[in-house]
Design a protein around this ligand. Sequence first.
Ligand code: SF4
Length: 321
Amino acid sequence: MNDQYHDFTLTRSPPKVTVSSCLLGENVRYDGHNKRNNIIIGTLAENLDVLPVCPEMGIGLGVPRPPIQLVQYINKIRAVGVLDKSHDVTLQLEQYATRFLDRHPDLCGAILTSKSPSCGLNSTKLYTQEGTLLNQQVSGIFVQKISDTHPGLPIVNDDNLVSTQSRVVFILRVYAYARLMQAINAENSAVALYELHLCYFPLVLSMSETKTMMLDKIIREIMIEFTQERLNRYRLLFGQIMQLSIHRHHLADFVSMTIKQQMGMGNTGSMEPISDALQHYSKGQYEWSALLASLEGITGNIDKRREKAFIAGHWLVPVTG
Ligand code: SF4
């Protein structure tokens, strides 16, 4: 496949990502305020199709409203009123999450407010019925439901998107998930999955050799005979790998191997300036935007169609800030 051009642009672009409404500046918090986050708004506007969500408003709680919290009951965490524990909205929040997912089958990610009893991912306080703090890393009812229903869906808290690098990684995960869904829904899923596999192989290999070998085995089985069971295994494992930590050197390896694959640049001479730029990035001397600018300059004389696929082909997205 070395000299073959893989067009991995999305048919629907950009991917749809839901965002807590309070992060977008809407005054929907229990106290009538918001948690506007200009960095997230800026990054999102550039790269994603933003879908606001406020689960507590969605189930009919108004503004202002009595605050709720997570409380541990026998075998079940419930969202109940801080002052009135008989005010239990657990079921409504779960049902709202199910309806929300049904309405948006094309959802490819979520950015939700940390520490919220509805939206917070692994960051919310959990109390006993007597009011003693049990745990501070529990997930809110809405986010728990969507992550249970869609394993592998990229979900992140607002306070995990502070650095440019974290936003690059999140957007990369969202685009990978979008492409996975696109491949699964393609007319010829086996071929589409195989193309996806080749595209992301360098990245997943640099993150986990063992898991990538397992993934490779599944794609070979799929190419021999496509079955739903094999597809489900591939989808699950791909999602698990993409949730592993992605560091700068993983991305640098990914870019390097992909350039070699897609650009057909076999000789080390032409790779040298690219390797230098990637090393700067790997060591933290370049931000992502500087790396892209540098690569654009280096690859400027290469076949325009391939350059477009490489630079603007959606897996290398320009994240600034
Ligand atoms: S954290 Fe979630 S439920 Fe709470 S106000 Fe923000 S969007 Fe609404």
